[in-house]
Design a protein around this ligand. Sequence first.
Ligand SMILES: NC(=O)c1ccc[n+]([C@@H]2O[C@H](COP(=O)([O-])OP(=O)(O)OC[C@H]3O[C@@H](n4cnc5c(N)ncnc54)[C@H](O)[C@@H]3O)[C@@H](O)[C@H]2O)c1
Length: 413
Amino acid sequence: MNFAGAKPTTTKPARLDTADLTIVGGGGHVGIPLVLAFAEAGYRVNVHDTNREVLETLRAGRLPFIEYGGEALLAKALERDRLVFTSAPADISRGGPVVITIGTPIDEFLNPVRKVVQDCIDALLPHLADGQLLVLRSTVFPGTTDWLDGHLKRNNRELKLAFCPERMVQGHGIKELKETPQIISATTPAAEEEAAKLFSAIAPELVVVTPREAELAKLFNNAYRYIEFATANQFYLIAKAAGVDYRRVSDAMKRNYPRARGIPSPGLAAGPCLMKDTAQLAAFAQNQFSLGNAAMLVNEGLVLHLCDDLRRRYDLSRMTVGLLGMAFKAEIDDTRASLSYKFKKALASLAGAVLTTDPFVTTDPELQPLDDVIARSDLLVLCAPHAAYRDLDFSGKPVVDVWGFLKNANVIS
Ligand SMILES: NC(=O)c1ccc[n+]([C@@H]2O[C@H](COP(=O)([O-])OP(=O)(O)OC[C@H]3O[C@@H](n4cnc5c(N)ncnc54)[C@H](O)[C@@H]3O)[C@@H](O)[C@H]2O)c1
């Protein structure tokens, strides 16, 4: 599907009543790249977020977290007066599409929390006009789009409803939005057409399916990635138990062998999406998603396994252990659902002291400078493979590197 010329190109100043579309959750990890992509495509965007601090940061021309390529686009969007910042539901634009990108967490029983979506929509509903396009972009439990359709009808509202999931890799959304086909789904042909027109302005290709197909496609994408990581982690643990160096096995499996090229390296598989979405799928499948449940056990269990292994090999109570990298993955500053913190917690009751460091994270007052952590630790653990660690000299101190990432380390597992 291709809708050339979907971009608006007027020169009106960016006021609320002139915004072309609203991104709800526009100050979040998914929201910001989307806001900037639409602004770059010529849209005037209402950046709507309940977090006023984040909006102030954006208004001042700064990003609240790492989004590669985002700062230049933000500067351009502000200079061209393409952004409006709002946080009260009454400030939602009554014309133009409204795209929902709020967080959709799971609860302590690993079940989805539909109430978050319902509360958000119910607060906005009095301020939305019938006929307006409402796009769900957050990752949702299958059936949420149909439920929302019924919810709107029960409230005698006639909005156009679409579900168009985000599939970017965190931190690289600006680049990925340009390269990733956009899944489009909607509850009516008119909504589907309008959603397709909207996303054709920023996506290279559209894939049109039904809402249930789109909801499953998004969850299957994330669960599959999570299972891939679990496969690599389980292979690593099997090799380790057999006293075999997994780096050598991995090289033998993958070198010039195309069918194995996609096997990821083992490592801490964490973050706010992959496990959460695998858990949502497991809940949807009435806990009969055996591969997904197994992946959660393997990925979440890796940290505890490594701790147990260290406890057997060392008298940890006499040692200081340094953790390198507290973000949930390499080259970003996000600590949400980072397994580095699970490691820290598990070690806290075993080791004499635990020191932590990260060159990107700015939200953790307990972090220490890298050099101090290396100097003061007896044992180090690579938790997030930031490029800055690759060539470090650890003065011969033992280092746990599940990733097989470090060049000059005395790697012990
Ligand atoms: N982070 C990723 O890389 C990624 C990738 C694909 C999909 N997703 C999905 O996208 C969704 C958002 O994830 P995220 O990482 O951007 O979350 P986030 O917490 O970074 O961003 C959500 C934003 O929504 C705001 N918000 C919450 N409730 C609101 C409300 N009622 N009105 C206005 N603003 C509100 C928050 O203040 C926050 O700024 C989730 O469903 C997630 O699973 C995330």
